[in-house]
Design a protein around this ligand. Structure first.
Ligand code: SAM
Ligand code: SF4
Length: 354
């Protein structure tokens, strides 16, 4: 599926050859075009969410992390190849020193029109210090992970986090003019009861919410099957309280949306376990160590580091991306892994980048 002109497409000799009309797109063998990159800038985090990492997470040696220059070179390479949306993630991206500067440098691609947006996924604990710098660097929207408004539940799920730090970060983002979408992972024994209140509060504050089914990524010391709560059950419980009107609009991602009539706000559902969405996949991830992760729920990938270290990363990275894309899996394997009671992948979410 490489984008090479066939003989029939080549201009007749008498005409000037047509100029290339844009970047050579990144396509996989299933006809999907990659226009979205999630770039993990660190595996480190100040929380230890029970679905993401073990309580005693061993972080990678600092020397294994991509430098800020390497992260920029990776983003540049993807943007040259047609990526239009860039999401910075982690670990907790705001614990990476120099992150606002990296985003400010990457925002030249917003100015040139090569990129539609740079966004961030964050737990918001450091956001009150960084919100203004992020807004100044061109960040217009962020996703904040917030699973409950109950301080005890929040503390238990994050293994020690302070809800009020996250709330103050969210308020700072709002004050800086950054739109906030909340992401909550539905957990059967932790936050199931709290989700209606979370939706109501978020919509009153002007934030959209997306609920996510917990995925069996690498072991965290918790029993995934007992954590798992199908979103159909959550939706039914929400319908006891709210009128949910399905929306046709999609954002190009896996979420399906409804409008909550009583609040006027938008609610998304991401259902990796109960309703597969891989046919429309438009994304890949690069881990904080420079590994291309072709699918969140499969091991296939490629190490981009050798191409980054060569003298001219452009052509080498291009070749590495083309080679790797040929191996993008058709779909994740979360359902099978869950049924067998094992992790689908060996990578923790904080390394891959959610
Ligand atoms: N630290 C940031 C945060 O929490 O927003 C960014 C990184 S975190 C790995 C990205 C997203 O992955 C978060 O929204 C988190 O809730 C989600 N996540 C982590 N582990 C997950 C799992 N096993 N299943 C579903 N979502 C998960
Ligand atoms: Fe940290 Fe985000 Fe993972 Fe929670 S989900 S432990 S905040 S990286």
């Amino acid at each position: 599926m490489l984008d090479i002109a066939t003989r029939d497409e080549i201009s007749p000799a008498s005409e000037a050859p047509a100029a290339p009309s844009g970047p050579r797109p990144l396509r996989d063998p299933f006809g999907r075009t990659i226009t979205y990159l999630r770039l993990s800038v660190t595996d480190r985090c100040d929380l230890r969410c029970t679905y993401c990492m073990p309580e005693r997470m061993r972080f990678l040696p600092k020397r294994d992390l991509l430098s800020l220059e390497e992260l920029e070179a990776v983003a540049d390479a993807f943007i040259r190849r047609g990526v239009r949306r860039l999401r910075i993630t982690g670990g907790e991206p705001l614990v990476r020193p120099g992150l606002p500067g990296l985003i400010a440098r990457l925002s030249r691609h917003l100015g040139s029109g090569a990129l539609d947006e740079i966004t961030l996924t964050t737990n918001a604990t450091q956001l009150d210090r960084h919100a203004e710098a992020l807004a100044a660097a061109g960040v217009r929207r962020i996703n904040v992970s917030l699973d409950s408004l109950n301080p005890e539940t929040y503390r238990r799920v994050t293994r020690g986090g302070d809800l009020f730090r996250a709330l103050s970060g969210i308020a700072a983002a709002k004050a800086a003019g950054i739109a906030v979408k909340l992401n909550a992972v539905a957990l059967k024994h932790d936050n199931a009861e709290d989700l209606p209140e979370l939706v109501e509060w978020a919509h009153a504050e002007g934030h959209a919410v997306t609920l996510i089914e917990v995925m069996p990524t690498a072991e965290t010391g918790e029993d995934r099957r007992s954590q798992f709560l199908p979103l159909l059950a959550v939706r039914e419980a929400l319908e006891d309280r709210f009128t949910l009107t399905p929306l046709a609009a999609r954002t190009g991602g896996p979420a399906r949306y409804v409008r909550v009539e009583e609040t006027g706000g938008t609610l998304g559902f991401i259902t990796p376990l109960t309703e597969n969405f891989c046919a429309g996949c438009n994304r890949v991830r690069v881990t904080c160590t420079g590994k291309l992760a072709l699918c969140l729920g499969q091991e296939e990938g490629a190490d981009l580091r050798p191409a980054l270290r060569g003298g001219r990363p452009g052509p080498a990275l291009d070749r590495a991306l083309d080679d790797a894309l040929l191996r993008k899996p058709e779909r994740h394997g979360f359902e099978e892994a869950q049924a067998e009671g094992r992790a689908a992948v060996g990578r923790h979410m904080n390394v891959t980048g959610g």
